[in-house]
Design a protein around this ligand. Structure first.
Ligand code: 5GP
Ligand code: ZN
Length: 134
């Protein structure tokens, strides 16, 4: 699935919100290209443009409504679970399930969050370093 493709246009989901200027909303609309690896009704998974591991995939909801994992979990538990299931499916599809992988939600400035459209990082494909303060 290394081909450069774009997401399949507008979602018909009624709860979809779009934020002009949000990179991930533009990927959802197909106006910024991304290497999409998985789509579900309410989520999209695509490879990170600056991978930090052999596999580095971002999984996002199709709505801009939630800036971080805490707000997503509070506002839509079912969507939270769908996002995590999609992350696990991406890991399995990339052959990471046996050796292990990491799923991360950066939240806020100190965690280095740069895009305030909630996203799950799926990282693996090699032994990963510890994390925390450098
Ligand atoms: P954060 O630091 O907010 O947790 O993660 C944002 C991620 O989005 C970063 O890992 C960054 O490399 C990725 N990213 C930023 N712009 C783009 C883009 O245009 N395309 C893709 N595929 N990833 C992007
Ligand atoms: Zn967005």
């Amino acid at each position: 699935m290394g081909q450069e493709i774009t997401a399949s246009g507008e979602s018909s989901a009624a709860d979809t919100t779009f934020e002009p200027g949000c990179i991930f909303c533009s990927i959802l609309r197909g106006t910024i290209p991304a290497t999409v690896v998985r789509e579900t009704e309410h989520t999209l998974a695509f490879r990170d443009i600056a991978p930090q591991a052999p596999t580095h995939v971002l999984v996002i909801p199709r709505t801009h409504a939630y800036p971080n994992a805490a707000e997503l979990a509070a506002g839509d538990p079912a969507l939270t679970a769908e996002l995590l299931r999609a992350g696990a499916a991406v890991a399995a599809a990339d052959g990471l399930a046996e050796d292990g992988y990491r799923m991360v939600f950066n939240t806020g400035d100190y965690a280095g969050q740069t895009v305030y459209h909630v996203h799950l990082h799926v990282l693996g494909g090699d032994a990963l370093g510890r994390f925390g303060t450098p």
